[in-house]
Design a protein around this ligand. Structure first.
Ligand SMILES: C[S@@+](CC[C@H](N)C(=O)[O-])C[C@H]1O[C@@H](n2cnc3c(N)ncnc32)[C@H](O)[C@@H]1O
Length: 191
């Protein structure tokens, strides 16, 4: 595995990568907690990076369920394929998830897990990705994502939080994972 690839890509493209390093094991566990993942028939991961959360997802999904990931950065996509040769991954934008899901022969999915750096995204991109998430998630399904605590007061992060509250039937906030670098928490949203 290429060490520090997330850091290298962050230097080239900070707004797309949005983090200096991968999520910690504790944050990855929190990302898949309390979202019925072991019952889910279909799971999509957006912005998996080099696969920190993917490892936790693979340990928890039920055998036979559909799972694939969508990663925008070509170098990170190649590294992911090398690390998880048996996981389907598309080198594309999460905003195209609707087309990818249909190409996969699915209507909608039960669970969407996102490692995307929402707070670095402009409003237009937040909406461009959130709309297909809402359109392609089954009723009762979960969307989960994390946020860094130091960013919660910046306008893009507040706008994103408001959008979640307006769009989902429930939005829960997890405990803060202080051991993550930087400390982060999870939004668990139910459609
Ligand atoms: C903060 S990293 C998170 C990596 C990993 N999920 C983790 O938690 O360690 C964000 C990832 O989202 C990817 N990304 C950013 N914009 C994207 C988009 N529009 N579609 C798909 N992936 C995207 C980046 O290339 C990067 O790999």
């Amino acid at each position: 595995m290429k060490k520090n690839l997330i850091f290298k890509q962050f230097i080239k493209n900070p707004a797309t990568i949005g983090a200096l390093c991968s999520s910690s094991p504790a944050l990855c566990r929190e990302m898949i907690a309390d979202i019925n993942i072991s019952w889910s028939r279909s799971v999509v991961e957006l912005g998996p990076g080099t696969g920190a959360i993917t490892g936790a997802i693979l340990e928890s999904i039920r055998p036979g369920s559909e799972f694939f990931a969508i990663e925008l950065d070509p170098a990170i996509y190649e590294e992911f394929k090398h690390r998880f040769p048996n996981v389907k991954i598309f080198n594309d934008s999460a905003s195209n998830m609707g087309k990818i899901i249909k190409k996969h022969g699915m209507e909608k999915v039960d669970t969407i897990i996102s490692g995307l750096p929402w707070a670095s995204f402009p409003h237009s991109l937040q909406r461009e990705i959130m709309h297909p998430i809402l359109d392609n998630l089954n009723d009762g399904g979960y969307f989960t994502t994390f946020a860094y605590i130091q960013g919660v007061f910046i306008p893009s992060a507040r706008r994103f939080r408001k959008f979640l509250s307006e769009s989902f039937s429930s939005v829960e906030t997890s405990r803060v994972i202080w051991s993550n670098l930087p400390p982060a928490f999870v939004y668990r949203c139910r459609k």
